[in-house]
Write a new protein. Structure first.
Length: 134
């Protein structure tokens, strides 16, 4: 891979596809973070079912919101995606440990894939770093 090769810019369609994907993921994470802070009944029930103390909810909510804020800032979006990948990895681990359904277990993986896809289609430097092969 040549690091000096020119980087193809994203088309308008790719750019908007990436923005929409990233925006949807950001909205889901904001909803998740606020839910952890507000502690509605479904969050309380989920914490009990997953074996976490409800006192951890606020810290997890703040973490989700901070990671999301870092993700939505264009200059730090890749760092935010790395942080959110760790957050989602913890969710997968929690669901595996708790014996959750297959969908609950792989849903964070789906979110992570969509999150990275959003950055990938709009960021030419990331596409250059991780090229798709034919």
């Amino acid at each position: 891979m040549q690091l000096n090769a020119p980087i193809a810019n994203a088309s308008k369609g790719m750019l908007w596809t990436g923005r929409v994907l990233s925006g949807l993921i950001a909205l889901l994470f904001v909803f998740d973070g606020v839910g952890h802070l507000m502690k509605p009944a479904p969050v309380v029930e989920a914490f009990a079912r997953l074996g976490y103390p409800l006192s951890a909810s606020v810290g997890i909510g703040v973490l989700a919101l901070v990671c999301t804020a870092i993700y939505v800032i264009p200059r730090t979006s890749i760092f935010g995606a790395i942080l959110m990948t760790g957050y989602l990895g913890g969710a997968v681990s929690t669901h595996v440990r708790a014996g959750s359904t297959l969908f609950e277990t792989i849903f964070p993986v789906i979110l992570g894939t969509l999150m990275w896809a959003g950055i990938y289609v709009r960021d030419a430097q990331l596409r250059k770093l991780i090229p798709l092969r034919r």
